[in-house]
Design a binder for this molecule. Sequence first.
Ligand SMILES: C[S@@+](CC[C@H](N)C(=O)[O-])C[C@H]1O[C@@H](n2cnc3c(N)ncnc32)[C@H](O)[C@@H]1O
Length: 286
Amino acid sequence: MGLSATGTAAPDSSLIVEPRMGQDKMPLQEDGGLPDHVRRNQAAWDRWAPNWADSGRRAWAQEEPTWGIWSIPESEVHLMPANLRGLDAIELGCGTAYVSSWLAKKGARVTGIDNSEAQLKTARALQEQHGVSFPLIHCNAERVPLPDASFDLAISEYGASIWCDPHKWIPEASRLLRPGGLLVFLVNGAIFVLCMNDNEEPATSQLQRDYFGMHRFEFLDGDGSVEFHLGHGDWIRLLRSSGFEVQDLKELRPALGSYTSMPYVSLEWARRWPSEEVWIAKKRLE
Ligand SMILES: C[S@@+](CC[C@H](N)C(=O)[O-])C[C@H]1O[C@@H](n2cnc3c(N)ncnc32)[C@H](O)[C@@H]1O
């Protein structure tokens, strides 16, 4: 699964946000290697990165943020805090870093982290092109080389949110956030994960797999990559046990006439059931 982003608004080339910190070492597991799924996803995203450069370029140029495969405008769904000015934000699995660029343009001090050096290469080129600069760190979102309680906002749109093991990255996001900090992440809808086909044919109303036990997925057409999806109860229990209070679960419904370039879901399907959902959770005050 993945996403496309669209948009053509003019860039704000005057904006420069100074890097707050810069570390670019990929942290290893204690045994000296990356977990199997992290290594496989890194290889997959290094291969796929060139295919994502154009959509990244279009998204960087957008005036208004839009979310997910249906490009739903921020003004409709309100996924980000209304006032971002001065907030410390981290994007977990930033890819081409267009979400980070939107946060930076709205005044946040943002850091983007990603497991794929090839994706970060596109992100760096786009930073240069737009004159927008913020730290980009090559690392695994399950183990980020930054201090505890460094951020007010952690966000992921189809990044760590589906490519990392939730039992690793959710506690890590909690560690990185200050008390009262906000976690916002977009994933494929749970009901959609149950209905989607292994081969990217559009989902039907037929359930293809079990709900109970949802966790690690290796799709036939996934090129060796590994995804993670949980059921709603498992998300709630994991978030709560990691120090969060769930504030919202926004089930995204594209407007009539919406378009996606993704082959695996039709507008008709996504108008009836949530193809995407966004969890919003607040780190509990100690
Ligand atoms: C679909 S992109 C999402 C980013 C952005 N919204 C976009 O579409 O460009 C998925 C990103 O997650 C990154 N990713 C996968 N596994 C990761 C991990 N363990 N740690 C950090 N990033 C990871 C990939 O390298 C990829 O750039």
